[in-house]
Design a protein around this ligand. Structure first.
Ligand code: FE2
Length: 363
């Protein structure tokens, strides 16, 4: 179907965090993001401190409230550090907002023109699952560092990018019985389509299981798996997320690289913690995925997973949660033709996740 607007990709990921100053340090030193823009007391913002970090097309915005009466504290109390907004870059924010609200989306912010010396941005927002929102950002008439009201800011830190390019996909975890409803909501409200599905026969171990539906927009710049827990012998990792996040929310964000070995080498040296993969995984790797360009010894050393579909293969791995609550984590992904999300890796991955879950006493 055609819509009077286009989503061109993910504009930014907005996290509400307990201490944005320290979180900004973490994303710089561990993930190689550069501090680009800031808004806070020094720029006349009396409400929140905001740090925008960027690596190629990936923008992460970190926000902390200053005062005790800020409504953002409720977000922190319920969810801990977590994703509030997955913002989409669009050519027409007004048209996007009108289209989705006419189809039933609840507005958070009507289309609003923000202006400063660098030009203007039109931004609008709608509610999605839980406390999560989607903003629509139209920035074709803006050349500032981020959004009007932000000042360019760099850091004293000696940061080197690790080769992360863009957001490949982001994943929303839902409580029991909510996945299909949410997928249908994206179909109806956005006109998106189902891209790829798995059932719990595909994604399960002895202990945990999930189901997943992947939604995508017409140009496939936005890909969003939606997970729900499925019955297993023990608690699903999706259920664990939902309990610690107090409901649905963004589980992980996958970031693309052209050279996953080089990227993960740097991330590991920076101290990023990845899920461990059993070495037995690599003994059967070539049998499972056939010929690949990479040296299996490098993949085994770094814990990089491989999966193949009818179009090619992909390499991926997952960080441990990036805060104390076992909620948000990141994925690093390199696609060599494959269009899937690593279905064949779920079993190996879940066995690894479950070892972590058991250590936390939640399995
Ligand atoms: Fe993923």
């Amino acid at each position: 179907m055609s819509t009077p607007f286009t989503f061109l990709g993910t504009d930014y990921i907005h996290l509400i965090v307990g201490n944005a100053k320290q979180a900004a340090h973490f994303y710089q030193t561990q993930f190689g993001f550069e501090l680009k823009a800031y808004s806070g007391l020094e720029t006349g913002n009396r409400e929140t401190a905001n740090y925008m970090l960027q690596q190629n097309k990936i923008r992460i915005l970190l926000t902390t409230p200053y005062m005790a009466d800020s409504p953002l504290h409720e977000h922190l109390r319920l969810h801990g550090d977590g994703v509030k907004d997955v913002a989409f870059w669009t050519d027409n924010a007004q048209a996007a907002w009108e289209y989705v609200t006419r189809r039933g989306a609840v507005s958070v912010q009507e289309p609003t023109v923000l202006e400063d010396d660098h030009g203007k941005v039109i931004i609008a927002s709608i509610q999605t699952y839980g406390d999560t929102i989607h903003s629509f950002v139209q920035r074709d008439k803006y050349n500032g560092p981020f959004l009007p009201g932000y000042e360019a800011r760099s850091s004293q830190l000696n940061v080197s990018p690790v080769g992360l390019n863009f957001v490949d996909h982001f994943v929303g975890n839902q409580p029991e019985n909510q996945m299909t409803k949410i997928a249908e909501w994206y179909e109806h409200v956005f006109g998106w389509e189902r891209f790829w599905t798995v059932d719990d026969k595909d994604i399960s171990t002895d202990y945990t299981a999930l189901r997943s539906i992947v939604m995508t927009n017409d140009n496939k710049r936005i890909k969003m798996p939606i997970n729900r827990p499925a019955a297993g012998l023990r608690k699903s990792q999706i259920q664990e997320f939902v309990e610690y996040y107090s409901g649905p929310g963004v589980q992980h964000i996958a970031m693309d690289t052209d050279d996953i070995i080089a990227t993960v080498d740097k991330l590991t040296a920076n101290g990023v913690e990845f899920l461990e993969v059993p070495q037995t995984y690599y003994e059967v790797l070539r049998d499972r995925v056939g010929d690949i360009d990479e040296d299996v010894a490098d993949l085994a050393r770094l814990g990089i997973l491989v999966d193949r579909d009818e179009f090619g293969y992909l390499l991926q791995l997952f960080t441990k949660p990036v805060q104390d609550r076992p909620t948000l984590f990141y994925e690093i992904i390199q696609r060599k033709g494959a269009e899937g999300f690593g279905k064949g890796n779920f079993k190996a991955l879940f066995e690894s996740i479950e070892r972590e879950q058991a250590r936390r006493g939640n399995l």
